[in-house]
Design a protein around this ligand. Structure first.
Ligand code: A2P
Length: 335
């Protein structure tokens, strides 16, 4: 696309939506017009973006009657279910942060460092993966390409910002001594670890765990990889941490894997245990990279490895990944 696109941010007042605006500004994303949309609750609210004041408009069935090229959605699954197809029918390409369309066969599920080629076959909706999945994919793709992957075990330590303002409020209130009036969680999160993210399914897993399993298969393009997950909410405001145990197909040397990660896009290796250096949620917060450390052999397997992977769940896990997709879209969209 040679001209500047018209863009819409749907859910512009939310945790991810406000980060969309921050990242668009930081990356100097080109645009002719930008439209900020949210529910009727926020209609009329003023938001400053790049020094200009914009008025938030209510998202309606007519919001996409005006010319819009790209819409970044983060307003929940129900909103995406209803409005993303309306936008696509109007010729908009939607980059959707909800889980609504991720496993739809007609919708690419994209991490730009991993499967950017899938952007090309979109039919008007591109799904942004689950936050925990995105950072895991950035770490696993180089291993898949170099050694092949047999099995993955995810154990996650996820920040409350992944639950939006309600999750942040529950932790803030809990730290202030108020464990009543919980907005996001079934139990107090302050001083706790909740092995419960999203709803429980009949198979005993949570929906978050099944998202990690199913999305891993789709993004890596290989349903034969065995994957299991335990996802846990922890009292951390920003950045998800993950212990990932991987069984590789081929033998490896740890030094080669460290080198491989150092050469791979989007990854910063932080692994110097003698000096207590390893990825930390507080250090990753506010950045766009995926940090990997504690890289060590799993002696219980022939070709096993353990890694510790940390990234900002609202930036690389949501807003930044979506905007990286939008940047790639600019390269292929017609004028
Ligand atoms: P609003 O602020 O008007 O409720 P969070 O990250 O805190 O969960 O925010 C969710 C975002 O999605 C907010 O911008 C919210 O707008 C928006 N949203 C929620 N429901 C709707 C809806 N039915 N239509 C449009 N936007 C919605």
């Amino acid at each position: 696309m040679n001209r500047k696109p018209n863009i819409a941010v749907v859910g512009a007042t939310g945790v991810v939506g406000t980060t969309f605006l921050k990242v668009l500004e930081e990356r100097d994303f080109p645009f002719e017009n930008i439209y900020l949309m949210a529910s009727s609750r926020s209609a009329g609210k003023k938001v400053t973006f790049k020094g200009t004041e914009y008025t938030v408009e209510e998202l309606t069935e007519h919001s996409f009657d005006k010319p819009i090229d790209i819409a970044l959605f983060s307003a929940g699954g129900g909103t995406s279910a209803k409005f993303a197809p309306i936008a696509a029918e109007h010729g908009v390409v939607v980059v959707d942060n909800s889980s609504q369309w991720r496993m739809d066969e007609d919708v690419p599920l994209v991490v730009p460092e991993v499967n950017p080629q899938d952007i090309e076959w979109n039919h008007g909706i591109i799904a942004n993966p689950n936050c925990s999945t995105i950072q895991a994919m950035v770490a696993l793709k180089p291993l898949q390409d170099a050694y092949g992957i047999k099995r993955v075990v995810y154990s996650t330590y996820q920040a409350v910002s992944g639950s939006g303002m309600k999750g942040i409020n529950d932790l803030k209130n809990g730290l202030a001594g108020n464990d009543e009036d919980l907005q996001a969680y079934a139990h107090p999160i302050a001083g706790n670890c909740l092995p419960h993210i999203d709803v429980f399914l009949p198979n005993g897993y949570t929906k978050e765990e099944m998202k990690m399993i199913n999305e891993t298969h789709k993004i890596l393009g290989d349903d034969s990889i065995k994957v299991t997950a335990t996802t846990v909410r922890v009292p951390v405001f920003d950045s998800h941490s993950e212990s990932i145990n991987v069984e590789l197909e081929k033998p490896f040397e740890i030094e080669d894997i460290v080198d491989l990660f150092k050469r791979s896009p989007g990854i910063i290796v932080q692994d110097d245990v003698e000096n207590n250096v390893y990825p930390l949620a507080r250090d990753a917060a506010g950045t766009d990279e995926v940090y990997i450390g504690r890289i060590r052999r799993d002696f219980s397997l022939d070709n096993g490895i353990n890694i510790w992977v940390v990234a900002d769940n609202i930036r690389k896990g949501a807003a930044t990944n979506a905007i990286q997709i939008a940047e790639k879209l600019l390269e292929i969209l017609p004028d």
